[in-house]
Design a protein around this ligand. Structure first.
Ligand SMILES: Nc1ncnc2c1ncn2[C@@H]1O[C@H](COP(=O)(O)OP(=O)(O)OP(=O)(O)O)[C@@H](O)[C@H]1O
Length: 822
């Protein structure tokens, strides 16, 4: 759009900046057209023929002055000729601006007669000509087309309204108004242009001037030029102006909105910068980067909407905090936990059961039925394929490989492995965490372990679940109930996390030494798998295949540095350990390995192949005599079988008589039930004295003392009943008890023998103690049938229902050496 410049009070127009620069500074300025000028102009007589100058991209309106740059040869020739002659030419617009050599068909026939005001040679070689429109004309007949078009022309009539026509005047006022508003709103038009508008007196010039300067394309301008009725032309111009104004307003609106947004952003940026500087001044560091990093990490988490929303909320809370205050680091810890915890991140299960079997066999000797049950569980898991895992509980004495079995299951499944020990845990918050408002609050052990695991479906070992205890700090078992309940554990609530966490894909494996101390509700939720202890032979195998190689490796040695033969391993098992599992066996083997390591380190000769003498040299004299009471020369000493949480064991019941009045003393740290068994046995003998060949008078002449050695170990349970009774019968009859015999069973006052538990462990303990015969209740026969044949090798079982049968088997006819005369 051509700009208008008015200087001082003189009514001159000039051209846009570009033109101004091109034109000589001192060039005469073109006066604005007055009504008189216009009058004069319309009275000018048109010549009959005119050279026709086609314009590519503008339309010349009567009265308006515009600069034209002529580049085409035909145009330059035309201007040169006309400038030297009458200076009057016909100006028309091209229909298509891209036509290089327009003929008569390529131009609009209605144009404007123009006077050449000035011709300037521009520095770039082009010719600029300043034209002023005079009046409209029509091309009548083309005379020549070369070197430029000449044609006969005729004047186009124009209908003008009456000068005082109020409608026309209103339109003119509106045009002025809008023009001023457009100038005001369009930053590209210098504000001085408004002076020009205000100073235009001629109405038709105003219309032409505005039409010429409006931001319209050539076709629209041509259309305006072609309107013969001035009032109509004024109206059409007004419409275009309206449109232009609307566009401008819209544009300005958008721009101011964008500017507002920018301003807001800039303001925030500015404030942040200021805050950063203040923080740095105060010695702190800015937390912007921290928050940015956290946001970046958060994008990668597979959170559901609820967690995401919560995190975003908490993060913006942190953003508003001062990093110097204590709450800030609490909040930071809290949000870090969200980022570090695995959410819906699962490792893919490997359900190759053959591989699983191989791994279990590789890591554990024996335990066939346990491994079998584990494989069955994995098979079910594979078939169900809902990733919901069963909760297993491996139950048995210490050191039998429960924990390490769990580890192998994790490896077999290809899952991560985590373990927590629940032994002695009393505080519920250990499991569920503390609310984060507490000082030093932390998430519970479950959530902490999952963070460590890094996946949401690890194998999770809950060691010693039987040792959970409750106290005034809450009952951890009730929290465990939620962990282990498949119905609830998909929303396990941790106090620190302040929201539920899905544990349903975690495979929990609990271990326990004692089923009776597990809370019944917890026990109900688990599949119990019994892992019993080992026989001597098995322990030797485990030592040979696993413990020795493992210890050698841990000490940086190989089998070339130390070999321990089977007889020596057996010696170690028998002479230096007394356990169902292999934990202390492993310790003894470690001692043997250290012996080799020490000699290698100090470069001293030593025997690589371990002999019995070396075992004794390293481990000291064998500490445990296998069977102290193997000889049966003393009356009243009987071998019983006991079950403890550390496995089966043999125990001895001793009883003696002393002069007195029939009192019964019981010692050996016995529990209430065991004491009652002693009383029952005593009373039973008294009432059946005759049958056992005892003179009933002796009961009043002697006191009886029953003792169970190893007084430091508390003992309880009914299963020593038969042993106590046998001991008392032997005592009162002074007869020998059968050699290498052990027994277990509860007695009633009627002399019935009742079944007892822990049979498998007891049998293993009996075997270790080289017992040959065992008396059991008839009802315990089914337990024996469940035990593998090889464990039973060399054992003879007597199944009884009545005490008389026990006495018949256990008490020999022979009196003991130095038998008392009662
Ligand atoms: N059958 C076995 N084959 C090979 N190694 C075994 C076997 N049984 C136990 N072990 C080894 O004995 C050690 C003790 O086992 P582990 O810690 O698993 O015992 P545990 O039954 O979990 O004991 P606790 O009840 O005290 O936790 C481990 O090094 C384990 O590898």
């Amino acid at each position: 759009m051509t700009a208008i410049d008015t200087m001082g009070d003189s009514k001159f127009t000039n051209f846009d900046n570009m033109s101004l620069q091109s034109i000589d500074e001192d060039a005469e300025l073109i006066p604005l057209l007055t009504s008189e000028d216009e009058e004069e102009m319309s009275n000018e007589v048109l010549p009959e023929t005119l050279p026709i100058l086609p314009l590519r991209n503008t339309v010349l309106f009567p009265g308006v002055v515009i600069p034209i740059t002529a580049g085409r040869d035909s145009s330059i020739n035309l201007i040169k000729d006309a400038n030297n002659g009458s200076k009057v030419i016909g100006v028309v617009s091209q229909k298509d601006k891209d036509t290089e050599k327009p003929t008569v068909n390529d131009i609009n026939v209605l144009g404007t007669v123009a006077r050449i005001l000035r011709v300037l040679k521009m520095p770039d070689g082009n010719t600029t000509v300043i034209l002023q429109g005079k009046k409209r004309f029509e091309v009548a007949e083309v005379l020549t087309e070369k070197p430029y078009i000449t044609a006969t022309v005729r004047e186009t009539s124009e209908e003008r309204p009456d000068h005082n026509d109020p409608e026309f005047l209103a339109i003119i006022e509106s045009i002025k108004d809008l023009a001023l508003r457009i100038i005001r709103d369009n930053p590209n038009i210098p504000s001085e242009a408004s002076f020009a508008i205000k100073n235009i007196q001629s109405n038709s010039f105003l219309i032409n001037f505005v039409s010429s300067n409006l931001n319209l394309n050539v076709d629209d301008k041509q259309e305006l030029l072609e309107i013969n009725n001035l009032q109509e032309r004024a109206l059409a111009t007004l419409k275009h102006m309206n449109l232009e104004l609307q566009k401008l307003e819209l544009k300005n609106d958008i721009q101011s909105k964008v500017r507002n947004d920018m301003d807001q952003q800039q303001r925030e940026y500015f404030l942040h910068q200021q805050m950063k500087t203040i923080q740095e001044e105060l010695g702190g560091v800015s937390h912007d980067d921290e928050i940015f990093e956290m946001r970046k990490k958060a994008k990668k988490k597979k959170w559901d909407d609820k967690v995401k929303e919560h995190f975003d909320k908490e993060l913006s809370k942190m953003q508003r905090m001062n990093p110097q205050v204590a709450e800030y680091s609490i909040q930071r810890n809290y949000l870090d936990l969200f980022l570090d915890l695995p959410w819906n991140e699962f490792s893919k299960d490997k359900f190759d059961l053959k591989r699983a079997q191989r791994i279990l066999d590789r890591d554990h000797y024996g335990l066939e039925d346990v491994k079998q049950r584990i494989i069955e569980y994995l098979a079910v898991l594979k078939l169900r394929n809902d990733m919901k895992s069963p909760i297993l509980c491996l139950y048995g004495p210490p050191g039998v490989g429960k924990t390490s079995l769990g580890k192998s299951v994790a490896e077999a499944l290809g899952r991560e492995y985590v373990r927590i020990s629940l032994g002695g845990l009393r505080d519920e918050a250990e499991i569920r965490g503390h609310r984060k408002t507490y000082i030093g609050a932390m998430p519970g052990r479950i959530v902490q372990s999952l963070k460590k695991a890094g996946t949401s479906n690890p194998v999770f070992i809950l060691d010693e679940i039987d040792k959970l205890s409750s106290s005034h700090q809450g009952d951890p078992s009730s929290a465990m109930l939620e962990v282990l309940d498949p119905e609830q554990n998909n929303e396990f609530y941790d106090n620190f996390l302040e929201m539920g966490y899905d544990l349903s894909k975690v495979m929990f494996i609990a271990t326990a030494n004692n089923l009776s101390t597990i809370q019944p509700a917890l026990r109900d939720r688990m599949e119990i798998i019994n892992v019993t202890g080992y026989t001597i032979e098995e322990k030797v195998e485990i030592a040979k295949r696993h413990l020795l190689p493992k210890q050698l490796k841990e000490h940086g040695l190989t089998s070339k540095d130390l070999t321990i033969g089977k007889p020596q391993l057996e010696k170690i098992v028998e002479g230096y350990t007394r356990e169902s599992g292999v934990r202390s066996l492993e310790k003894q083997i470690a001692k043997m390995v250290r012996y080799a390591a020490k000699n290698i380190a100090i470069e001293e000769e030593y025997e690589v192949k371990v002999t019995n003498a070396i075992v004794e040299k390293v481990l000291g004299p064998a500490r445990l005599e296998r069977d102290k009471y193997e000889n049966n020369d003393i009356a009243g000493v009987v071998t019983g079988l006991a079950w403890t949480s550390v496995g089966g064991d043999i125990l001895f019941i001793e009883s003696i008589l002393s002069k007195g009045k029939g009192a019964l003393n019981i010692t050996g740290n016995l529990g209430k039930v065991m004491k009652e068994s002693a009383t029952i046995a005593m009373e039973y003998i008294k009432s059946n004295a005759e049958r056992f060949g005892i003179d009933s008078e002796v009961f009043d002449k002697y006191n009886v003392h029953i003792h169970v050695p190893e007084g430091a170990t508390p003992k309880d349970g009914p299963s020593a009943g038969v042993t106590m009774l046998t001991s008392l019968v032997s005592l009162f009859t002074q007869k020998k008890v059968k050699k290498s015999l052990a027994m277990t069973g509860e007695i009633t006052l009627r002399g019935k023998v009742l079944p007892v538990g822990g049979i498998k462990e007891k049998i293993l303990a009996a075997k270790r103690a080289r017992i040959k015969e065992i008396i059991l209740c008839k009802d315990n026969e089914k337990d024996i049938l469940e035990i593998k044949k090889e464990y039973l090798k060399g054992l003879k079982f007597h199944y009884v229902t009545d005490m008389h049968e026990v006495i018949d088997i256990a008490i020999t006819g022979q009196k003991v050496k130095n038998a008392k005369k009662l």
